[in-house]
Design a protein around this ligand. Sequence first.
Ligand SMILES: *[C@@H]1O[C@H](CO)[C@@H](O)[C@H](O)[C@H]1NC(C)=O
Ligand SMILES: *[C@@H]1O[C@H](CO)[C@@H](O)[C@H](O)[C@H]1NC(C)=O
Ligand SMILES: *[C@@H]1O[C@H](CO)[C@@H](O)[C@H](O)[C@H]1NC(C)=O
Ligand SMILES: *[C@@H]1O[C@H](CO)[C@@H](O)[C@H](O)[C@H]1NC(C)=O
Ligand SMILES: *[C@@H]1O[C@H](CO)[C@@H](O)[C@H](O)[C@H]1NC(C)=O
Ligand SMILES: *[C@@H]1O[C@H](CO)[C@@H](O)[C@H](O)[C@H]1NC(C)=O
Ligand SMILES: *[C@@H]1O[C@H](CO)[C@@H](O)[C@H](O)[C@H]1NC(C)=O
Ligand SMILES: *[C@@H]1O[C@H](CO)[C@@H](O)[C@H](O)[C@H]1NC(C)=O
Ligand SMILES: *[C@@H]1O[C@H](CO)[C@@H](O)[C@H](O)[C@H]1NC(C)=O
Length: 838
Amino acid sequence: MNTEKGSVYALLLLFLLQGSTGLDILSQNNTIRDGNLLVSSGKKFALGFFSPGNSSHRYVGIWYYQVSEQTVVWVANRERPINGTSGALSIDSDGNLVLHETNGSFLVWSTNVSYALSNYSTTARLMDSGNLVLVQDFSERMIWQSFDYPTDTMLPFMKLGLNRKTGLNRFLTSWKSPEDPTPGNCSYRIDPTGYPQLLLYKDGDPYWRAGSWTGDRWSGVPEITRAYIFNISFVNDQDEVSIMYGVIDALIITRMVVSESGSVRRSTWHDGDRRWIEYWFAPKDQCDFYGNCGPNSNCNPYDPAHFECTCLLGLEPKSPGDWNLGDGLAGCVRRGGVSVCRSGEGFVKVARVKVPDTSKARANMSLNLKECKEECLRDCSCTAYASASESLGGSGCLTWHGNLVDTRTFADSGQDLYIRVDAIELARYRKTRSLSQKATAAIILVSIFTALLLASSFLYLLVIKKRKDHRSHNPLVSDMRTNSTYLDGPQTVKDHDDEPRGNRDVPLFDLSTIASATNNFSVLNKLGQGGFGSVYKGIMDSGLEMAVKRLSKLSGQGAEEFKNEVRLIAKLQHRNLVRILGCCVEEDEKMLIYEYLPNKSLDAFLFDKTRRSLLDWRKRFEITSGLARGLLYLHQDSRLRIIHRDLKASNVLLDEAMNPKISDFGMARICGADQIQGNTDHVVGTYGYMSPEYAMGGIFSIKSDVYSFGVLLLEIISGKRNSAYYHENPSSNLVGHAWELWKEGNCKDFIDESMGDSCSKEEALRCIQIGLLCVQEFADDRPNMSAVVFMLANNDVALAFPKRPAYVFKSKYHGANLSSSDGMTSVNDVTISEVEGR
Ligand SMILES: *[C@@H]1O[C@H](CO)[C@@H](O)[C@H](O)[C@H]1NC(C)=O
Ligand SMILES: *[C@@H]1O[C@H](CO)[C@@H](O)[C@H](O)[C@H]1NC(C)=O
Ligand SMILES: *[C@@H]1O[C@H](CO)[C@@H](O)[C@H](O)[C@H]1NC(C)=O
Ligand SMILES: *[C@@H]1O[C@H](CO)[C@@H](O)[C@H](O)[C@H]1NC(C)=O
Ligand SMILES: *[C@@H]1O[C@H](CO)[C@@H](O)[C@H](O)[C@H]1NC(C)=O
Ligand SMILES: *[C@@H]1O[C@H](CO)[C@@H](O)[C@H](O)[C@H]1NC(C)=O
Ligand SMILES: *[C@@H]1O[C@H](CO)[C@@H](O)[C@H](O)[C@H]1NC(C)=O
Ligand SMILES: *[C@@H]1O[C@H](CO)[C@@H](O)[C@H](O)[C@H]1NC(C)=O
Ligand SMILES: *[C@@H]1O[C@H](CO)[C@@H](O)[C@H](O)[C@H]1NC(C)=O
């Protein structure tokens, strides 16, 4: 009796299961009705009928089977909704997939493949990639796939772009609204004209330009430097121009969507939290909007005090009235009566930009940069040139002929653009450069003189006046705030602390001097090995001690650029930054000379059983506050806005009084981050300290530094090293451990016992909370450094309750190297660029 009942239930269950979750194939004999599903064999995607939002319309679509929030990635009948539940999907007699309404009487949608008109039957199969394919049974040939007709979502392994042979163009189109999948106003597509580029269109006009392909990324998306989850392949040949993303770890669920409101957004599904985590979107700032500054000008959003548009060198606003009112749309034109054709003209470099619209540009991939310049110089219509595949060692030549549209500056990376200027402008540009060098030298001499004679006031005032005059007459400084402006111009350094102001030039050391100071780079002098090269201790004949960083030879920067960047970085002076004393560029060697700090790095104390007792609570709090101020200084200098990218205990040096000094800042600029990443295919950074958006998407921002600071803060309080992350067991790392204890209210257990009674429990708990705020999963939730400094300085300010930290990080790259082990020093820290080797 019982068994009979049981089997009836089992049968019923089987029936229900088959009714709702069917197979992954649809053949000529069966039909999918509203309520039935086709599920891919690995249970990743499902196909069936759905209603978006509160809409009553029914659509056939594909969504993630395992994602609890129904997320539709493809819709068949976007424009022809079905009114009731009478829809049915089947394969008709000519092998096409068809959607009928009202018991087969009304055709709503069809794959409409004409060559399927044969007597051979077909089968539709839903793949684990989310692709619905229609295959001819006889030949096993694929005659149609949903990936060729994308809607608003790009999935891994989906191709976007033009098949030049068939004319098929695959691109994304937004929905009209969250309740209506009808094609909306925005599309994201490859424009194959000129030199192909990827563009977001709104109402048919370019809205944001991801730009052209530079070898490993899009010129307009430099922040995605290297993706651990993606494997991007770009193809541009006579058959097709297309892009495809692969995922390296098949378990990662990720998508890119064009939203109704006009943005491109990337997100990954977070299983633990059951929600989508957005980790990137564009457009972001004013300068992202296509042609924001009109033709022939550059957009630089990093100086909020000024209008973001500036005319390129040698040009002037076309409509000065509007320009002065902050409307740059009219753009710039060449000054009247000036010739740039065979009359001594030349080129000036504009650094770190998104190169202009390439739809009218010409490309010749067989030329190098020097030949490119010659080519451009020969052709009087050529207004600018740049390397076509900069990240692949600079081969290829792009030339523009006519207006330069949609150029913008990036803070930390980007391409170099060379613009054509007339002879007078070129001479003025060169003269200003050498003049300002002389001016700087003069100022130094005068300063020394002044100091010696103590006749400071009079002379000093004179110098200041001279500098001011020079500044206001300097056409570079007043006309053009692009990066090339700052190569040598007199600088003032905004310093929050009471350090001397830096106007000195950076001394150049001889290779022979450095070699003898370091005993010819003897192993005995080696202090350590970092991501960018080895560090040696050197002693000059004068007795001056210094740390010499010998950069690995792969750095692609030219000598001049290197010196310029060092000069800029050396001007960042703060009591919590290690001071750069000079540099050495000779033969193919590039070296940075730093002040020598005898106490080594923070990790040598923090993670050492005996030495850690030297760091009582007071000291640790001071170190934390100093680090926060140093980092704030790096982030806030509006001109440079340095993102450290590799903040960790071994990059914090201590002076005799145990004051912390951040080292290795600005390395991305000094070494030309682009080249380094192009060469090694790896981001700069250290696992364990890297924020999830950086580790997984290769996206960096000042908030990635805040994340690293949070990890460091937790290490300082606990005296324990943050180890590698495991998604499965969050409490196996320090951040997860801190979070668990915090939730339980047991934070006291987290505090390093070796601090003994010196520790103010209240302050320490506050610091743990601040640390947890810094490591929150969403970059937007994390405070910026000025908020951190404020929170550290004001004990009575209430702190926000931290949200869950990031556990999404799951990586197969880390090894046992990062395991937490007390008593070890920086040998344990593995910098990514080393792990995968050069
Ligand atoms: C479809 O049904 C016909 C007749 O009922 C049968 O001969 C054929 O094998 C079936 N095809 C499939 C693919 O099941
Ligand atoms: C559906 O309707 C409910 C109640 O009117 C509303 O709260 C909800 O936001 C709507 N959902 C969508 C997706 O519009
Ligand atoms: C759905 O209903 C609307 C009106 O309610 C009607 O105009 C439309 O033709 C119907 N669509 C189909 C496909 O039957
Ligand atoms: C559609 O067919 C079902 C059974 O197959 C029947 O119950 C229903 O009444 C039919 N609807 C129409 C509009 O013919
Ligand atoms: C199928 O394609 C033909 C031309 O290729 C077109 O005229 C027809 O409207 C299409 N039918 C459907 C249902 O899309
Ligand atoms: C299919 O059509 C071809 C010619 O078009 C014919 O030779 C073949 O016999 C047909 N096959 C069947 C199963 O009807
Ligand atoms: C899309 O374009 C239409 C017509 O151009 C306009 O009425 C509508 O507001 C636009 N929608 C959005 C979301 O911009
Ligand atoms: C990455 O791309 C390359 C070239 O397209 C391909 O050979 C490789 O299999 C891809 N790897 C993954 C994991 O997708
Ligand atoms: C590229 O430049 C080379 C050398 O000047 C020339 O021979 C070749 O024709 C050029 N190719 C194109 C496509 O212009």
